[in-house]
Design a protein around this ligand. Structure first.
Ligand SMILES: Cc1cc2nc3c(=O)[nH]c(=O)nc-3n(C[C@H](O)[C@H](O)[C@H](O)COP(=O)(O)OP(=O)(O)OC[C@H]3O[C@@H](n4cnc5c(N)ncnc54)[C@H](O)[C@@H]3O)c2cc1C
Length: 411
């Protein structure tokens, strides 16, 4: 079957559906189709956030928001001025979707059901008369004289512009569709995973959460902070997931085997901790009974025994060497990472189309006019908290409203 339309959107996921809606809204009357290889649209939205869809985050200032992206920070900072989380929240509110904000800024539909977002998107596509063809895997995308030609096993569609939103690919071979185009691809690697520490006795404390810890890959100057959860295989929680995302390339180079330093006090330095201990040193209380820095008592007991401090020791009896050892363990406690585990709630791949290939103002390829990108296919990924969807909404909104501008200029 040979067809001609204005825009073909490849991929019916979060970015594809939103880009099509934006294109349909900005270019009324344009003929737009979505080609999705799967049997259901928006499949990842369905399972996202444990079926509740953490749709975005309340952080909306472009600088603050973009700090949550280990890859794509500078690119997105500019893009967020055009379409930020506040725009997405408004867009959903305008369509009757209320969101609930959690203390960490994560926003979920008030229904606690990702289907709410899916229904909203499908409804908008219907209103705009944009067909979404399922089981339509695109095999080739070719530039032709009149624009682009997109082929599936059963259709050949010519169009003025293409928006490519095929999502993240765990392997470089997943970018086969782009082979004909000679675009620079940053090789994909995992991001957002937890740390395996099979030989660390701390695993016996599984279930213990420290509300504010910092995690650092030994040898690196930066660290990531937040809650840290001890698991039966090692460590997890936001501080660790952020470390896995910002350290994705470093950890991959190290084969996921490296010492990890934990600061159980959060971001306190040696002198701050020493100053905090001063008032205790005249106390007759036992160290064991007075956990500091909001450290849970099971963990506190573990840390004291790691410092070889006797359980009957009182603060007033703490010697200088013992104090130094305690401070060291509190702020620079070393653990050996020996592998990673995929975080079941949300996993993403770092890597994708090199951002140097893409114009941030339009999401158009710098080399191939009429070819646009949105979502995880680009070398962009965020930490947990609704940031990955926000990158999809932002890039899709910009691609959608730019997709036929070239054609209008040419007329
Ligand atoms: C389990 C899980 C939970 C998550 N939860 C959250 C969350 O709560 N909040 C958050 O911000 N992020 C979350 N994420 C990340 C988020 O889902 C992704 O960042 C987002 O879906 C990316 O959107 P996308 O449209 O770029 O890619 P996708 O959603 O992956 O969509 C790409 C689409 O393209 C289709 N496609 C691929 N190749 C072709 C082809 N050749 N022809 C036609 N179609 C094709 C695919 O079938 C797919 O439907 C989660 C991810 C996972 C895996």
């Amino acid at each position: 079957m040979k067809e001609t339309v204005d825009v073909v959107v490849i991929g019916g996921g979060a970015a594809g559906c939103f880009a099509a809606i934006q294109a349909g809204t900005h270019f009324p009357g344009a003929r737009i189709v979505i080609l999705e290889r799967g049997i259901k649209p928006l499949a990842k939205v369905k399972i996202s956030g444990g079926g509740r869809c953490n749709v975005t985050n309340s952080v909306s200032d472009p600088t603050e928001l973009s700090a949550n992206y280990p890859r794509g920070e500078r690119f997105l900072r500019k893009a967020f001025y055009s379409f930020s989380s506040a725009h997405m929240i408004q867009w959903l509110n305008d369509r009757g979707i209320e969101l609930r904000e959690y203390p960490d800024g994560c926003l979920f539909p008030i229904t606690n059901d990702s289907q709410t977002i899916i229904d909203c998107f499908l409804n908008e596509l219907k209103k705009l008369k944009i067909p979404l063809h399922l089981e339509s895997r695109v095999d080739t995308v070719q530039q032709i004289e009149s624009g682009w030609e997109v082929s599936t096993p059963t259709r050949v569609i010519t169009c003025k512009s293409v928006i490519l939103t095929v999502g993240g690919q765990p392997k470089i071979s997943g970018f086969q569709l782009l082979n004909q185009l000679d675009l620079k691809i940053v090789s994909p690697i995992p991001s957002l995973f937890t740390f395996n520490m099979p030989n660390e006795p701390i695993r016996e404390l599984m279930g213990v959460v420290t509300e504010n810890a910092s995690v650092r890959i030994v040898g690196e100057k930066w660290s990531t902070s937040g809650p840290l959860l001890i698991t039966h295989w090692g460590m997890s929680g936001p501080a660790v997931l952020k470390c896995s995302a910002f350290g994705a390339r470093i950890l991959e180079e190290k084969g996921y085997r490296t010492p990890i330093s934990v600061n159980w006090t959060g971001v306190l330095k040696q002198d701050d901790v020493r100053a905090a201990l001063v008032e205790w040193k005249s106390s007759n209380k036992k160290l064991l009974n007075t956990p500091l820095f909001q450290i849970k008592s099971r963990l506190w007991t573990y840390l004291l025994s790691k410092c070889e401090l006797h359980e009957d020791l009182r603060w007033s009896e703490l010697g200088n060497r013992q104090e130094n050892k305690l401070i060291e363990v509190l702020i620079n406690d070393l653990y050996q990472m020996e592998g990673k585990t995929t975080f079941k709630e949300e996993f993403v791949t770092a890597g994708g189309i090199d951002l140097a290939e893409i114009e941030v103002k339009t999401m158009q390829s710098k080399r191939y006019r009429g070819l646009f990108f949105a979502g995880e296919v680009m070398d962009i990924d965020g930490v947990t908290g609704g940031f990955n969807f926000q990158a999809a909404w932002t890039t899709a909104a910009i691609a959608g409203k730019s997709v036929l501008l070239n054609q209008m200029e040419e007329k």
